[in-house]
Design a protein around this ligand. Structure first.
Ligand code: ZN
Length: 283
């Protein structure tokens, strides 16, 4: 990871959930769940994205029944200033100039903005794409998938992460040992984080300022829950593909976080991480 990348965290809308469902021992109050995406700037490949957050396409896709149940269960807010287009414009990035988008997994809150990225190669783990393809309309919806959000060119633009060069992760990433060199220059390493979905992908890279950053999507929902060893309740875990694998990944992140040389761990829905990192690098 000798190529430092520009790194800006984007909050592309949010939803709310009762905290007592999202973590064991949580409060009854509803807490905001920001939908975070990351804008990375590579010196050769230009701007790239990890996930996309919500978009107007999410509201269109959840207009009919049964898909409408998704937004009834998970009320979503997306202000005009928060859309991916608006935020990319503030960073001087044209959506068409994005040539790489790395999808952590295919849940709607991570992929809803992908329609704006017509020129991007799309990276995802094979198990994740297979899971979405295998699911029925109702079964997929129950699992958080809205295939209507994917562009018609998805298959043609898809690169399976599994087909990228496998690499051994450095010792300070233990217990995570295996990753994939997504661009062939060791600048962006994909790390499988199974459990939440069959093929969830974390992203490891060196950001400018010499920080090493590990984007971990929904492998944990807040850093505080990780630090206090409070994984989601059994109700939330019903949505997970493999509860045992989820807990193993969660425990692995706890082990990693306890190290003095741990990377900056960034979950996709952690409000305090969002506040901290957005204050450190104003949007
Ligand atoms: Zn998810």
């Amino acid at each position: 990871m000798n190529v430092p990348l520009g790194f800006r965290l984007l909050k592309v809308g949010h939803c709310t959930h009762p905290e007592c469902i999202t973590q064991r021992g949580g409060r009854f109050a509803s807490v905001p769940f920001p939908a975070l995406a990351a804008l990375l700037i590579h010196p050769q490949h230009g701007p790239m994205l990890y996930d996309t957050g919500y978009s107007d396409a999410f509201f269109a896709a959840t207009e009919p029944f049964p898909e409408r149940l998704y937004r009834m269960v998970t009320p979503v807010s997306l202000q005009a200033s928060e859309t991916l287009d608006a935020q990319l414009a503030r960073h001087g990035v044209a959506p068409d100039s994005i040539r790489h988008v790395f999808l952590s997994h295919l849940h709607a809150d991570h992929i809803a903005g992908i329609g704006a990225l017509s020129q991007a190669r799309i990276f995802a783990l094979r198990a994740e794409v297979d899971a979405m393809r295998r699911a029925s309309r109702f079964g997929g919806l129950r699992r958080g998938y809205l295939p209507a959000l994917l562009p018609s060119t998805f298959d043609a633009r898809l690169t399976f992460v599994d087909d990228c060069v496998p690499i051994a992760l450095p010792g300070w990433m233990r217990p995570f040992e295996h990753g994939f060199d997504l661009l062939g220059d060791c600048s962006v390493i994909g790390v499988p984080l199974p459990g939440h979905t069959p093929g969830q992908l974390g992203l490891l890279f060196r950001a400018d300022g010499a920080r090493t950053v590990f984007l971990v999507a929904d492998a944990c929902w807040s850093l505080r829950a990780l630090e206090r060893d409070r994984p989601p309740t059994w109700i939330a875990a019903q949505l997970f593909a493999d509860k045992r694998a989820y807990l193993a990944t969660f425990a692995g992140l706890r082990q990693l976080l306890a190290r003095r040389d741990a990377p900056v761990v960034v979950p996709s829905h952690c409000e305090s991480t969002w506040r901290q990192l957005s204050e450190a690098s104003p949007q």
